[in-house]
Design a protein around this ligand. Structure first.
Ligand code: NAD
Ligand code: ZN
Length: 350
């Protein structure tokens, strides 16, 4: 399995970004995608852009990455630069901004809409090299082989080795301004990646080592046993690597339905689903309840209460598209174990 070939880790690393980038400038200009939260934190002003570079501040407040958003960004780059391609793309932010940078790196060298590449191993041409700099930990996008995008009727990743970063910089100082609830929700995405990867049948010893270490660090943080932002940042990376070496499971399969139909952000959608899945993850859901309590987090209730029949059936359809995670979690008979009636019953409890 492909790994990120170069990782820079440690407090203060971001200050060395100019030096790191100098090695890539010979290949062309650089595109920076940075989360809009950094207009407030001030990090936008520390981006070492030079003349000819492009800086896009990404507003992630209203929605997570969409295919038409990626296509527009790609078109805008090609138009501004008269089709002159960059030497490097740098994504600075949470899973959304990192996934945008991954997807644009692919779409600058592959024809058509990004919708064409949602699925497994559909990318044809090598992408522009890319660097991920997480400023929110948990998604594991920094270590994963996917860039998750929503289109009109599906939420699906561009699952490909071409989605992996060529270089990742992890500076725990960049997590300083993340709010408590955001830190918790995205942190739980990591916890859930670890649980699903380790409990799934697609796991091997390599992936298990990542998953177990990540689980340990993540619980140390959220059970308040002395875990630090360093621990969380490492947990997120290892969690991404664990899924890359296994698969997601029932939580992600069902949470994609919640996000697609009800618009809940990925990390919250996962939590809404996870608390109903003790039957599938009996060891881990009780720990999750404890973490909710210790971190004073209240999840939204009755989110599926006013769902129409059509919406419920779209959610079920979306879940069934997640064949690989369901196969890993439940085995060959996954469609019998999680039949439509059962899915509807679980969704109705949320
Ligand atoms: P996000 O990137 O959507 O960010 C959530 C919020 O946190 C945003 O409002 C953002 O402005 C804010 N934020 C980010 N950094 C901050 C900082 N340092 N200080 C203050 N605020 C900050 O959240 P996320 O949970 O990291 O990512 C979710 C996205 O990642 C979803 O689209 C999901 O599908 C995707 N995802 C991808 C993978 C993958 O492997 N590629 C895995 C899991 C999830
Ligand atoms: Zn996830």
């Amino acid at each position: 399995m492909k790994q990120v070939p170069k990782v820079i880790f440690g407090r203060g690393s971001f200050k060395k970004l100019t030096d790191v980038l100098s090695g890539y400038r010979k290949d062309g200009y650089i595109i920076f995608f940075i989360d809009h939260a950094h207009e407030e934190t001030g990090l936008v002003n520390s981006v070492p852009s030079e003349e000819g570079d492009l800086v896009f501040v990404i507003d992630t407040s209203s929605h997570e990455p969409k295919t038409d958003q990626i296509d527009k960004l790609r078109d805008s780059v090609l138009q501004t630069k008269a089709c002159n391609l960059p030497g490097l793309i740098v994504g600075i932010g949470g899973g959304s901004t990192m996934d945008i940078s991954k997807a644009v790196s692919i779409m600058l060298t592959n024809d058509g809409s990004s919708q064409l590449y949602q699925g497994w191993d559909l990318v044809k041409n090598a992408p522009i090299p890319k660097m991920g700099i997480p400023t929110l930990s948990g998604s594991g996008s920094e270590a994963s082989r996917t860039a998750v995008l929503s289109s009109v009727d599906k939420k699906y990743g561009i699952n490909s080795d071409q989605s992996m970063f060529d270089i990742v910089m992890m500076d725990p100082d960049l997590l300083e301004h993340v709010t408590g609830s955001q830190r918790f929700f995205t942190g739980m995405d990591c916890y859930i990646h670890d649980v699903e990867a380790s409990e799934g049948s697609f796991i091997n010893s390599f992936g298990m080592a990542y998953a177990q270490q990540s689980l340990e660090l993540c619980t140390k943080v959220f059970l308040k046993e002395g875990g630090t932002n360093e621990d969380l940042m490492v947990a997120s990376y290892l969690g991404g690597a664990s899924v890359t070496n296994s698969e997601a499971g029932v939580v992600h399969a069902m949470s994609y339905g919640i996000s697609l139909v009800l618009g809940y952000r990925h990390a919250i959608a996962n939590c809404i689903v996870f608390r109903q899945l003790e039957e599938f993850y009996p060891k881990h859901v009780p720990v999750f309840f404890k973490m909710l309590e210790l971190n004073n987090i209240k999840l939204p209730d009755n989110v599926t209460k006013s769902l129409s029949d059509d919406e419920m059936s779209s959610m079920i359809k979306m879940t069934y598209r997640m064949e690989r995670p369901l196969l890993s979690a439940l085995g060959e008979n996954w469609k019998d174990i999680l039949n439509e009636k059962k899915l509807e019953k679980i969704y109705s409890k949320m």
